[in-house]
Write a protein that binds this ligand. Structure first.
Ligand SMILES: C[S@@+](CC[C@H](N)C(=O)[O-])C[C@H]1O[C@@H](n2cnc3c(N)ncnc32)[C@H](O)[C@@H]1O
Length: 324
């Protein structure tokens, strides 16, 4: 397994995660404000920048500001990210919606011009659909976030084979022409598409879905909005090669860094909350000792069995159903 190979060649512990960038490091977490840290990094060092920036939706770690003010505060950070991204590199910006007085502001739409002005090209607007979240009463409940994948140039890494998913009809053949009767698909599976979701489709057996990190997810820490490691892994496999640097300027409890380190990439994170930095260090230590709690891509989404305690439909609702 990839992780075991990694451990056999490396013996770092949580305390060996560096705090400052150096070419020799494997894992770095710089505590403090990311803008100050990014200014110290060399040009073009990161092959992949993947992050979920603070959303300004009133989580415990942020001061609620108006949307314009929020975007203005991120702009100088984007300038630095453009500088540190390799010419053949990718930037994945994962955001949800900002809601103010019941009005929804889709953050990816607001961010798009910022990156476009820097000459970036959008390769995919990935919709990440998940099942769990707050129930809205005056609009439909929000069940997706987006990931904008930009490249800096037309010359970029895209490894499709490691992220292929099982085909719906693997036995499908060409029905006409020279290849008539030959298999039309790819033996390694199909392209995972730009919708990464949880949908109960029998043929998929829910295997290639990516649940969000809620209370019963094995990766859950005290952080209110973690990346599932497997979400980042799909990007790491597709957009980088071994030994490349993966950078998360808002690294929280280190999920993106773990996705990189698990797969022989180098990882650099910035995080202003020291408590999260400590948890990230601990999780990297756990990775190295084989104790990391992790939900692997391709693992079936949990389905409650008949023997488990799950909420049952209240009796009075069942009666209502019968009357109707
Ligand atoms: C949406 S969370 C990212 C969580 C992360 N993806 C994970 O899996 O843990 C955003 C993080 O950015 C951090 N943050 C906000 N502003 C920052 C800044 N200026 N510099 C560094 N970190 C910052 C917050 O403390 C928070 O942990």
């Amino acid at each position: 397994m990839i992780m075991k190979e990694y451990i056999s060649t490396e013996s770092r512990g949580a305390s060996e995660v560096a705090s400052l960038f150096s070419e020799d490091a494997e894992a770095v977490i710089a505590p403090g404000d990311c803008l100050a840290t990014l200014r110290t990094l060399p040009n073009g060092v990161a092959k992949l920048i993947i992050t979920s920036p603070p959303y300004n939706i009133g989580k415990v770690y942020e001061r609620a500001t108006k949307l314009g003010e929020y975007l203005k505060s991120i702009n100088p950070i984007i300038d630095e990210l453009v500088r540190v991204l390799a010419d053949d590199g990718s930037l994945c910006w994962q955001v949800g919606n900002y809601v103010e007085d019941g009005e929804v502001f889709p953050l990816d739409i607001f961010y798009y011009p910022f990156f476009k002005e820097h000459g970036f090209k959008l390769r995919n607007r990935i919709v990440w659909h998940f099942e769990h979240g707050l129930h809205a009463s005056k609009r439909f409940s929000g069940r997706y976030e987006t990931l904008l994948w930009f490249t800096k140039s037309d010359d970029y890494t895209f490894n499709l084979d490691p992220v292929r998913v099982p085909s719906k009809y693997p036995g499908k053949t060409h029905f006409k022409g020279e290849k008539r009767g030959q298999a039309s698909g790819n033996p390694l599976g199909k392209n995972p598409s730009d919708i990464w979701r949880i949908i109960a489709q029998e043929w998929e057996q829910e295997l290639w879905n990516i649940p969000n990190v809620k209370a019963n997810h094995p990766e859950k820490t005290i952080h209110p909005c973690q990346f599932p490691i497997e979400l980042v892994e799909r990007c790491v496999f597709a957009l980088t090669n071994e030994r490349d640097w993966v950078l998360d300027p808002f690294s929280g409890v280190g999920s993106a860094l773990l996705a990189a380190l698990r797969n022989k990439r180098r990882a650099f994170g910035c995080e202003k909350e020291l408590e999260y930095v400590e948890i990230a260090r601990q999780r990297i230590g756990d990775l190295n000792t084989g104790k990391l709690r992790y939900r692997q891509l391709g693992k079936p989404v949990h389905q409650p069995t008949g023997r488990e305690k799950v909420a049952q439909m209240p009796l009075e609702w069942r009666n209502l159903e019968t009357k109707a």
